[in-house]
Design a protein around this ligand. Sequence first.
Ligand code: DX5
Ligand code: ZN
Length: 211
Amino acid sequence: MVKIAPSILSADFANLGKEIQALDKAGADMIHIDVMDGNFVPNLTFGAGVVKALRSYTKLPFDVHLMVKNPDIMIPWFAEAGADIITVHAEACKHLDKTLSTIREYGKKSGVSLNPSTDEACLKYVLDKLDLVLIMSVNPGFGGQSFIESQLKKISAVKQLCASKDIKIEVDGGINPMTAAECVAAGADILVAGTAVFSGGDYQKNINNLR
Ligand code: DX5
Ligand code: ZN
């Protein structure tokens, strides 16, 4: 059964604790937290302090997506703040193998995110250090963008590359009931959705529709 990870980038930033409780009640499987530094992507969102403040509002896993220029210095911050999965961008890591080892040294699950133009071949030699691959189906930085269809081929290619490994495939960006079906058919295990979960306000209905 596909897992749904609502992105709080689309949530009411003035009531994040309440929003997280509502997502939990609505049946979310994990909470996707989009950390942006205004450098790696042209947007600025939340830091480790916000993650720490939200930690006690739910027992659901915190799926932290670091869209930052220098993820290495931030791994300890988010590990201590209560992240369960820490995902870094391959494009931001000079020493990806080392970075993934560091995430695991903090006892967290390790993820790598690939921007739409990045080839999955960069994962080939770090599969043993990976728990999750986050495939961007939009250019990172904002919610509400359209799904980039070319990424469906990448989902299948990553599925193949990770076959026989216990690596989850997560897709992020432009996910709605239509694109969700395409992604799952291509091999996705987890779907991130912001707009599609928050639009209209009935989170449970929207999450069920995606499933
Ligand atoms: C974009 C973020 C996505 C985004 C998804 O940089 O990584 O998680 O919030 O939002 P929607 O579902 O609206 O495309
Ligand atoms: Zn994200």
